[in-house]
Ligand binder design. Structure first.
Ligand SMILES: [Zn+2]
Length: 136
């Protein structure tokens, strides 16, 4: 049994440390301010860069989810009413979960592929390709 035990011991030691920690990669939090009845987000570009997605695609998602008119002005995103930043962050997390993060390895190193009317997330980190159910 000694051999078996030493094999088992080695097998346990060989498990890479990060295999169990699929810790989420943090999406940048929105920064901005409320001005009168408007909510101004200053770092929308930074978030789009992080996602590596088209600005208009992310904007479309937010407009639908928040049911709030918004426009881009230079680098700022301006909502036509007061929006709780925590809600925007939550919606960006949802966007990331649907359109950005790999379902297998949870990394954001992915891009979208359209095939016919189907949308897939292709991961450049692990090679996985996952169907995106959500339509935007
Ligand atoms: Zn992956």
């Amino acid at each position: 049994m000694e051999d078996y035990n030493s094999l088992l011991d080695r097998a346990i030691k060989n498990i890479p440390e990060d295999a169990s920690s699929t810790s989420r990669i943090e999406i940048p939090k929105v920064t901005g301010r409320i001005e009168g009845n408007k909510t101004i987000i200053n770092n929308f570009n930074q978030i789009c860069k992080f996602f590596n997605r088209d600005v208009q695609h992310i904007l479309k998602f937010l407009l639908r989810e928040l049911a709030t008119p918004a426009k881009l002005e230079e680098n700022r995103l301006i909502f036509g009413r007061k929006v709780n930043p925590a809600l925007i962050n939550q919606k960006l997390q949802e966007y990331g979960d649907i359109y950005v993060f790999c379902q297998d390895c949870k990394k954001p190193d992915t891009h979208l592929i359209t095939e016919g009317d189907k949308l897939y997330i292709k991961c450049t980190a692990c090679g996985a390709r996952n169907y995106v159910k959500e339509k935007l």
